[in-house]
Design a protein around this ligand. Structure first.
Ligand code: PAF
Length: 288
């Protein structure tokens, strides 16, 4: 595996590979590589001939009171893990390399409306940071395909929208969430949990499963199901940020006519914010 910090170096390697007719796959990450990232890499390797992973803790997507400075930075270990899992090129640029000397003055990418709901409402500016850095990474690498985890479902929808709206040609692939044995979605932030918080954490996914079961049994009063889901999550020790049942494409609140739903939830255990979601397809009630 080649490991570079200069974007110009990565671009030169990728231009050569493209000339050789190789299909290039990109896996953008913020490092602290875990099994969830490795699932993205594995899918990338199945579908492409040359796999690029980026590690960049993007300051633009963290709010002023968020964990940018504490975010786990484990480059040496990540390098070994990625190299052992068939990554061809690791790009780990500095902030200056990505944004120049004045990140706050650089061009932003904003996706209206979709970026303002749910995580966007709780973390103002977060998704502008994500879409800005993803647009840059896609332009640097110009991959055939790029891989994103479906745990960050809203992020996945935003990236798909940004690529369509900016006429980019990269295919955006969503990869199923990888879970611990007890159902907790893999995330770098799980490492912040205390022992007792870690015990409570799987209740987030259990709550989503409970809601999915009710819907599968035919319940369709989504506001009521969501509000009892929020109550149960609060009783399990979460400070609930949101829990809602949405149309899986628009993230608008689901109606009886919707056939593809996404149950979205976010909540805090202590200072740690966890998010999760569950996708489900149902028979819609025909409009009268
Ligand atoms: O999902 C992440 O790790 C980040 O939001 C991403 C897509 C790498 C952009 O910084």
């Amino acid at each position: 595996m080649r490991s570079v910090s200069r974007i110009s170096e990565a671009r030169a390697v990728l231009a050569q590979r493209r000339q050789q007719g190789r299909r290039i796959g990109l896996v953008p990450t913020m490092g602290n590589i875990h099994a969830g990232h490795l699932a993205l890499l594995e899918r990338c390797r199945e579908e492409c001939d040359y796999s690029v992973v980026t590690i960049f803790v993007n300051p633009l997507q963290f709010g002023p009171r968020e964990d940018f400075s504490d975010y786990p930075r484990t480059l040496q270990r990540d390098r070994e893990v990625l190299s052992g899992h068939g990554c061809d090129l690791l790009l780990h640029p500095s902030t200056e390399e990505v944004y120049g000397k004045s990140p706050e003055l650089s061009t932003r990418v904003h996706v209206p409306e979709l970026s303002e709901r749910y995580c966007g409402a709780s973390r103002p500016g977060h998704f502008d940071g994500v879409t800005t850095v993803v647009a840059r990474l896609l332009n640097f690498a110009q991959p055939d395909k790029a891989y994103f985890g479906l745990k960050d479902y809203q992020q996945f929808l935003l990236v798909r929208r940004l690529v369509a709206d900016l006429c980019m040609t990269t295919g955006i692939v969503g990869v199923e969430t990888v879970r611990e044995a007890d159902g907790l979605a893999m995330s770098s932030r799980n490492g912040y949990l205390s022992e007792s918080e870690r015990e409570s954490a799987p209740k987030l996914y259990r709550g989503l499963r409970g809601i999915a079961d009710k819907i599968a049994e035919g319940e369709r009063d989504y506001p009521l199901i969501a509000s009892s889901g929020r109550e149960r999550l609060a009783a399990a020790g979460f400070e609930v940020d949101y829990l809602d049942i949405c149309n899986a494409h628009t993230l608008r609140k689901a109606t009886a006519e919707d056939s593809e739903l996404i149950i979205l939830a976010a909540g805090y255990l202590g200072n740690t914010r966890l998010i999760d979601n569950l996708h489900l397809a149902i028979d819609p009630v025909p409009a009268a």
